[in-house]
Ligand binder design. Structure first.
Ligand SMILES: *Cc1c(COP(=O)(O)O)cnc(C)c1O
Length: 808
């Protein structure tokens, strides 16, 4: 137990005020994820863009009483306050001193890929032998690791933690917190190289995690890792396909594994190279720990692929479902609840939860923790399924119901009792909650667009990091958020604190307001018929010429309205010209009910270096016009000019705000193809039927698909009504089936398309990728001479959007 007063020496800080010396139970760093308890301590971390100190007042008002701060703030007398030089260092120091209380083996995992899967697998494989604590999800960062380590409790007999870094000098801090006794170096890829001057430097930095470990396990076939570890005074245990390794692997029918005098033959449940490498890492760890051959073998056979993601789906009766039906542990529950809170478009929240298996904690204790989480996250209705929850039901409040099995729940399920609410469905695999999802889900036909919200946040943060800390972000969510689904995307962006949203039409803004979005919203094309709803829903019109401004003024009759003034500096689409300035200024000065929030313009050729001179002229003219207007108004509204290609290429013109569009969706529209962006959208369909056809037969309308020899043709459930352009017909379009790229044959129909799958074993129901990570949308767009913007936004709304995010 650590008391608040002890933090002074642990964090080398100075207690400014100590009212009641409480035991520290919860560490808070995010004002959106607050646990209201007198034992919660808030660390006011100030990053380059976000300063924890600005939330202190509101946290105090909510009931938080313990604060660790870097600069003095005014707080009432009943708060405990510790002043430190760095709140993030303090968080790490607190975690390190907590770690020091436990003398248990800790496995520390780092490397480029596989960290999370290996961690989850070791948890599955070793949980019969140890009571294990691990990171929730991939909480492996400078703040994720301390928060994970804080979860170690006296009943744990082993820790399995992953650590990730993105630049130099980060691993040392994580090593101090984790103090791994056993290290595992997974592999090294070329990703995220920007923080390092060379690959070797990156390996060196990662290897710091093992500075005080008894042994580090790695694959000797990764030569650079081998070289770096050899140069250090660390005991090594290597495996590999080379005879030089300590554990030698031979692949035949099965895997022959030799370690000293031990010889195993194991078959592995996976066939892809990455999974096999991950399995072999796990086997090496188990051999080192002296786990018996039988246990290793059965462990491998029962190894389950890890569902690393949860899905947000459309439910029946206007419900939203969060499907997390393959995982359940306490830390993971909080991760899913966070996701629920950031997709909070409905006012009612329901949780359907199974018993938590293999937690190593008594049911009477974990059920209490669950009941606490339910209260803290303001869940309106709780449905508990499983023998333990059933047995301890009286610790939950009256808006709860309990069933001792999934079958019992399904038998009693009345679908009408679910309507207009968000339902988190979270169960351990054994409970088969996918059956519950199937009952509550709105049926989707075979074609879906999958939106990876985790990747979207990654992209947002990438752009943030490339801007000055003071530059605001307006996220463009027009056109159904570039086809990705406006309300879900907007909720996510709101949760991640973008400053503004931009839409094209008033009704898009209204839709967002109806779904709990309260960020300011700029409307670029406000027609006069929609002025009323602009006012009613607090939407902010773009004003682009005198005529339109006069119409707005007539409509307003003195009522106030916030607007955004657009100048045309060379795009020649919408905007005031220089000669409009005097009249514009007069109107604005005469009508003080018009509040100018921002002044902006738009670049015509930001994506292409050949237009850079033109872009500079636009920027100069923009600044000049905006300054004249500000001067006349007597104050300076926010200036903004850049779209995504502008942010990527012409960063010097960021002014006060940027308008981020396509980049958020993982697409770099410039010729440079930035590798740091991650694709967000995957368009998937399924095979409806397969035909085996002979020479001379034809496929589809107009008989354009001509069969040569023997061919297998699959019909897939997507056509031009779904947004799959007719231009993809006659061999131009390519899709991905079973890992192979295959062409379209014949014409694209309204709801269906035929593809040539000759030589592949393809059957009805198989998945077909139209674009996604392995078949980049840029390439698909180029094949029909268009741009990714058009492909994304053309995907029709009848194609259901499914939102995925990391769940463990
Ligand atoms: C759509 C739009 C943007 C965003 O452009 P991207 O290239 O998608 O980043 C920015 N500004 C205006 C005025 C827009 O219409």
């Amino acid at each position: 137990m650590i008391h608040f007063s002890q933090l002074e020496s642990i964090c080398q800080g100075k207690v400014l005020r100590l009212q009641e010396d409480v035991v520290v139970e919860h560490l808070l760093i995010d004002s959106r994820k607050v646990i209201l308890s007198k034992n919660a301590v808030f660390f006011a971390i100030s990053g380059s863009r976000n300063d924890g100190h600005q939330y202190i007042k509101s946290l105090y008002d909510q009931g938080i009483r313990n604060f660790i701060i870097e600069k003095k703030v005014d707080l009432p007398a009943d708060a405990n306050v510790l002043l430190v030089s760095s709140a993030i260092d303090a968080l790490q120091q607190v975690a390190a001193s907590h770690r020091a209380l436990f003398n248990i083996p800790v496995i520390g995992i780092t490397g480029s890929n596989g960290k999370t899967i290996i961690k989850e697998w070791l948890y599955q494989l070793l949980s019969h032998h140890f009571t294990i604590v691990k990171n929730p999800g991939s909480y492996n960062s400078q703040v994720g690791v301390p928060l994970s380590v804080w979860n170690i409790r006296p009943h744990h007999t082993m820790g399995v933690f992953e650590a990730g870094i993105s630049k130099k000098n980060e691993m040392q801090a994580l090593e101090k917190i984790l103090k791994p006794t056993l290290g595992l170096f997974t592999n090294i890829g070329t990703a995220h190289n920007e923080g390092f001057s060379s690959l070797k430097e990156k390996v060196e930095e990662k290897a710091q995690l093992f500075a005080n470990s008894d042994v580090v396990i790695y694959c000797k076939d990764h030569l650079l890792i081998d070289e770096v570890l050899q140069s250090k005074k660390i005991k090594r245990l290597s495996w590999g396909y080379t005879n030089e390794a300590d554990i030698i692997i031979e692949k035949g029918e099965a895997y022959n594994i030799r370690y000293d005098k031990i010889h195993y033959t194991l078959s592995l449940p996976f066939t892809d190279a990455a999974s096999i490498e991950n399995c072999l890492h796990c086997i090496a760890v188990m051999m080192h720990l002296g786990i018996s051959k039988t246990d290793i073998q059965t462990g491998m056979q029962t190894l389950q692929s890890v569902a690393m993601r949860l899905e947000l789906k459309e439910g029946i009766n206007q419900c939203q479902l969060i499907d997390d039906s393959y995982n359940n542990d306490l830390a993971g529950l909080q991760v899913s609840l966070d996701f629920l809170n950031n997709q909070y478009q409905k006012t009612k929240k329901t949780l359907i939860l199974s018993d938590i298996l293999q937690s190593g904690v008594e049911a009477k204790d974990w059920t209490k923790s669950v009941s606490k989480l339910i209260k803290q996250n303001k869940i309106d209705r709780f449905i508990g399924i499983g023998k333990d929850l059933f047995a301890y039901q009286n610790i939950f409040n009256k808006h709860s119901s309990f069933y001792d099995s999934t079958e019992a729940f399904l038998k009693n399920l009345n679908e009408d009792e679910f309507s207009n609410e968000i339902v988190l469905i979270k169960g351990a695999r054994a409970f088969a909650f996918e059956k519950i999802v199937a009952r509550l889900q709105r049926k989707v036909h075979g074609t879906i667009m999958e939106i990876d919200l985790g990747n979207m946040v990654h992209n947002l943060n990438y752009f943030r990091a490339s801007l000055k800390p003071s530059t605001r972000i307006m996220a463009m969510v027009k056109a159904f958020a570039y086809g990705s689904g406006s309300k879900e995307v907007a909720s996510l962006l709101q949760y991640h604190k973008v400053n503004y949203l931009g839409v094209a039409y008033a009704d898009e803004g209204v839709e967002l307001r109806k779904n709990n979005i309260h960020l300011p919203i700029m409307v670029m094309n406000p027609s006069s018929e929609t002025f009323e709803s602009l006012l009613q829903y607090n939407l902010e019109p773009e004003v682009f010429n005198l005529n339109q401004l006069k119409k707005l003024l007539t409509f307003l009759q003195g009522r106030s309205c916030t607007v955004h003034i657009k100048f045309d500096t060379g795009m020649h689409r919408l905007g005031f010209a220089e000669q409009d300035l005097p009249a514009l200024i007069n109107l604005l000065l005469e009508n003080k009910n018009i509040n100018v929030a921002t002044i902006f313009s738009h670049l015509a050729g930001a994506d292409d270096p050949q237009h850079d001179d033109y872009s500079s002229q636009q920027a100069e003219l923009f600044k000049n016009l905006a300054d004249q207007l500000s001067l006349a108004l007597g104050f300076k509204p926010l200036y903004h000019l850049l779209n995504s290609p502008g942010i990527l290429r012409l960063n010097q013109y960021q002014f006060d705000m940027v308008r981020l569009g396509i980049g958020l969706y993982g697409i770099d529209p410039t010729t440079e193809k930035n590798k740091n962006l991650k694709p967000v959208a995957t368009l998937k369909t399924i095979v409806s039927q397969v035909h085996h056809l002979h020479e001379g037969q034809t496929v589809g309308y107009g008989r354009h698909g001509k069969i040569k020899g023997e061919q297998s043709i699959a019909t897939i459930a997507i056509g031009y009504a779904d947004g799959y352009s007719r231009a993809f017909g006659k061999g131009i379009g390519k899709v991905l089936v079973k890992g192979k790229v295959v062409p379209v044959i014949g014409n694209v129909c309204m709801d269906m398309t035929m593809i040539d799958v000759t030589g592949l074993t393809v059957k009805e129901g198989d998945e077909v990728i139209v674009f996604g990570e392995q078949l980049p949308i840029e390439q698909v767009a180029e094949s029909i001479h268009t741009i990714p913007y058009e492909i994304l936004t053309n995907t029709s709304e009848r194609v259901k959007r499914v939102f995925v995010a990391e769940s463990i």
